[in-house]
Design a protein around this ligand. Sequence first.
Ligand code: NAD
Length: 258
Amino acid sequence: MALKDFDKKVALVTGAGSGIGREAARAFAGRGAIVVAADLNEGGLAETRDLIVELGGRVLTAATDVSNEAQVRDLMIRIEKELGRLDVAFNNAGITGQAHRIEDYPTDDFDRVIAINLRSVFLGMKHQLPLLRRAGGGAIVNTASVAAITGPGGMSAYAASKHGVHGLTRVAAMENAALGIRVNTLAPGWTQTPMVAQASAQNPGFAQLATSAIPAKRGAHPSEIAAAAVWLASEASSYVMGQMLVVDGGMTIGGFEI
Ligand code: NAD
């Protein structure tokens, strides 16, 4: 029988209109959760909603800009009003930003990447934590990247934002561990989502080099990353707090193959 351990639980997934977020929304729904799928992209959200309904799952969609505090606050008010509780938040929406050396990086673009990838996680947790407390506890998973532990050339804004996501995660985990709320970071490696397809199309040589440098010799399927997010949000990881789970096909092992 399929595991329904999220039955009667409400799981919010941001960036649910595409890629990792869509797969996570499907996975939470498959495990019995009522999913709140949030994204800027309303077309993508509608497709995610249809996929979940096809599964027989329950979903509420919300067009939300995760970098906008008023919209994030309104979403939490709506969740509490319409669903009565929040048990899980997967703060996953993000963008890569442009690739430039630091001396050439446009400052406005730097600020935009930080707002969407990092400020969003702060705003999300700020407004999610009171609901999680009122639900008697729960779990938050924040999406970082292998760029949270490496220094990918050209990606200063992205790497800074993702290093920051883990810092925020650790503070939130410390502040909430005794309250039954676990907070952890998920750090995916190269994952075959529209985000990566777009970057690969811009720079096919780099994409080939990157994939061949991954010990697994392939990128992840988004469902492989989503599975780790669900595990971090589930009771199976009940004593895991403030950690970063790297899911990267061995990309950050270091060393050399003989
Ligand atoms: P994706 O582009 O397929 O999905 C990202 C989603 O976030 C999109 O639907 C987009 O509309 C949404 N989004 C962007 N800005 C938003 C905003 N301001 N408000 C609300 N939604 C917004 O990308 P993905 O690969 O699934 O990425 C998901 C997360 O995983 C991101 O945080 C990304 O940095 C991270 N990540 C991805 C990879 C990878 O290789 N794909 C690797 C490491 C980390």
